[in-house]
Design a binder for this molecule. Structure first.
Ligand code: CA
Length: 229
């Protein structure tokens, strides 16, 4: 549930805003004093701030400025004077939206919903999970390009990583050295299929407990290699 802080010294306006927002299932806190509002805005987590401009002790400009130094949370500025709104825009303090009194409460709710939804999408888009392959103690993080065997990180070269990841992404599929060379090295590369053999050996030294009895990359004699599942 989204939590909103309203800093507004006119109690009747604050309550009107709160009542409408609560009808839309938001949790709303009200502060009437600028200094207390600023303190809570900075030290507590909210999903949105609605700030009046003219407030006792600390005004809305200053609260806006200080929140923006620390947080990207959406901020809606409220003022009785259109000139003041123009002033905040002009100062470029980073408010997301502006509304002049008197306003329609449903317009306020619509704007709050839109800003919270936009901000949630933004936050969620930054926490996409890494693309990971996990097979019997080996963990290949394709996004971070890191390999772990039983929790211990193994450092692979770029080509070693690409080769291992390709085989592990297609488990139980037997590839010839020619196919692997074409897949991992581009046609212009200097080298030949012996390069594949050399890289498989290096990978095994890094990921296998006993290279004479490979658990992960299996040699299919006369054909090529496959990643065993
Ligand atoms: Ca005021």
């Amino acid at each position: 549930m989204s939590r909103i802080l309203i800093v507004e010294d006119e109690q009747s306006i604050a309550e009107l805003e709160r009542d409408y927002l609560e009808l839309s299932s938001f949790t709303v806190e009200i502060e009437n004093d600028g200094l207390v509002g600023l303190d809570r805005a900075i030290n507590e987590d909210f999903d949105m701030y609605i700030l009046d401009l003219m407030l006792p002790n600390v005004d809305g400009f200053e609260i806006l400025r200080q929140i923006r130094e620390k947080k990207n949370t959406p901020i809606l500025m409220v003022s009785a004077k259109k000139d003041d709104i123009d002033k905040i825009r002009g100062l470029g303090l980073g408010a997301d939206d502006y509304i002049t009194k008197p306003f329609s409460p449903s317009e306020l709710v619509a704007r709050v919903k839109a800003h919270i939804a936009r901000y949630e999408r933004l936050v969620n888009s930054n926490i996409i999970e890494n693309d990971v392959i996990e097979i019997r103690g080996i963990r290949i993080d394709k996004t971070a390009r890191r390999v772990y065997v039983n929790g211990e990180e193994k450092v692979l070269t770029t080509k070693e990583f690409d080769l291992l990841t390709f085989l592990a992404s297609n488990p139980n599929h037997v590839y010839t050295k020619e196919e692997l060379f074409r897949e991992i090295w581009d046609m212009e590369s200097i080298g030949d299929i012996a390069t594949v053999t050399v890289h498989i050996k290096k990978i095994r030294e890094k990921i296998e407990l006993d290279t004479s009895k490979p658990q992960y990359i299996e040699t299919i004699w006369g054909v090529g290699y496959r990643f065993k599942v």
